[in-house]
Write a protein that binds this ligand. Structure first.
Ligand code: PHB
Length: 420
């Protein structure tokens, strides 16, 4: 059955092009004409032109990101950050004009393999940029390995992607789940906390982020007294918050992001616990969410590879340009999108714009030293970022820089067989 797509006026297969359900955080940023939803995107995708392989033809970038659901704003800001970089380069990367295909992965791991296959095998994109959710990313990594497709992960922290599943054609511009959490262990211990409860969602990213924290906290001498979880993407936090009130730990460390982070911070404050049992988190808790969290977030301390007010020229220029283009404040997701384009630019420039010149492309990306808004950014042998992790505190609705929690944090890349 055919329906009319209001954005383009074209007739498409029902559901093939779908307007993203914006979360309450988001204003529309999408080029809806190009948005295909993974499960039902056939008509839209097959209507796209065949990829031009010849050098000089536009480079086809496939965004596989969540444009709907609890991580919608994260996906949209990655997309917008990437485009900002390309715009600043006159619409080109490595001298080649860029075209985009957008696929809404809906943060559904069960559709990850099909969606990734669709981009690489049918749409024949030159590079896939995705995604946010670790479970979806794991499916993408497996397809990228099987098909030798170039994949840049602009958020998902799944440790294995730059661990046992590392590969020459897979890069990450964000973090491993271990990375922003390990330094928090010492931060909380030094703040005097000895018995800490953790709370997160029951999926790969939740387990790995809390695992990184536990490693750092127990190494410092602290004890994790209870590890609370709830399914993704549920937001019924009340029973777990009641449990925290009963346990009375010295403090709580958590991982939530996007829409779930907004609700958790508000519910925690509403339960009256914020003063007696301080809430800490990896910085995803308060990045891109502060406007919606309002006063409930004030004073929360987090660790992340970014802070809003990092005092470096690259950050100031980035935030001003993002605000001018998108009309909203930039955040870590926008930075990670921006840096994904910057990394690809380095590789493509070295390869004369030819994605098929793989050895040149990859060795340039491996050696890239980016002047990122987050500070200096380079890559380890597993293609995971080496970067500072900052302690931040929410002050007047901003993630204000407090200190460097740990400089040049390098994920251990356990199980990765690539050599330096
Ligand atoms: C993940 O699933 O890896 C993930 C999702 C959202 C974040 C960070 C990590 O903000």
């Amino acid at each position: 059955m055919q329906v009319k797509n209001r954005a383009t006026g074209t007739r498409v297969q029902r559901g093939a092009i779908r307007e993203a359900r914006m979360s309450d955080l988001v204003t529309p940023l999408l080029d809806r004409r190009k948005l295909v939803t993974g499960a039902v995107g056939l008509a839209a995708a097959s209507a796209l032109p065949r990829p031009a392989l010849a050098q000089g033809a536009p480079l086809k970038v496939g965004f596989m990101l969540p444009y709907s659901g609890t991580y919608a704003k994260l996906g949209q800001f990655i997309d917008a950050g990437f485009r900002l970089y390309v715009d600043q380069k006159g619409g080109k990367l490595g001298g080649r004009a860029v075209t985009y295909v957008q696929l809404d992965d809906e943060s559904k791991p069960e559709n990850g393999t099909d969606n990734m296959n669709r981009l690489v095998s049918r749409d024949k994109v030159d590079v896939v940029v995705g995604t946010v959710h670790s479970g979806v990313a794991m499916a993408m990594v497996k397809v990228a390995r099987d098909t030798n497709s170039l994949l840049i992960i602009p958020n998902a922290g799944a440790n294995d992607a730059t661990g046992p599943l590392c590969a020459p054609n897979i890069f990450r511009t964000s973090f491993s789940n271990w990375q922003p959490n390990f330094p928090m262990g010492k931060v909380m211990y030094d703040a005097g906390h000895r018995n800490v409860a953790t709370i997160t969602r029951r999926y790969a990213a939740g387990a790995e982020q809390m695992g990184g924290f536990k490693e750092g906290f127990t190494k410092a001498g602290g004890k994790v007294v209870e590890e609370l979880t709830l399914p993704f993407p549920e937001v019924e936090f009340q029973a777990l918050i009641t449990r925290i009130a009963t346990l009375k730990p010295d403090a709580v460390h958590c991982f939530f992001a996007g829409g779930g982070a907004v609700k958790f911070v508000k519910d925690y404050a509403a339960a009256g616990l914020a003063k007696s049992i301080p809430l800490y988190g990896s910085g995803f808790l308060t990045d891109g969410t502060l406007e919606a969290q309002g006063a409930a977030a004030e004073g929360i301390k987090t660790t992340l590879h970014y802070a809003d007010d990092l005092d470096n020229p690259a950050n100031k220029a980035f935030l001003a340009a993002f605000k001018a283009k998108v009309g909203q404040e930039g955040d870590i997701y926008a930075v990670q999108g921006f840096d994904s384009a910057a990394l690809l630019d380095v590789g493509l420039t070295a390869a004369g714009g030819d994605v098929a010149a793989r050895p040149k492309l990859i060795s340039a990306m491996e050696g890239a030293k980016l002047d990122s808004p987050r500070g200096p950014l380079s890559f380890n042998r597993a293609h995971n970022p080496i970067q500072n992790v900052y302690l931040r505190e929410v002050k007047n609705g901003r993630n204000a820089y407090v200190a460097v929690a740990q400089a040049n944090v390098d994920d251990p890349a356990r199980g990765c067989k690539l050599s330096a």
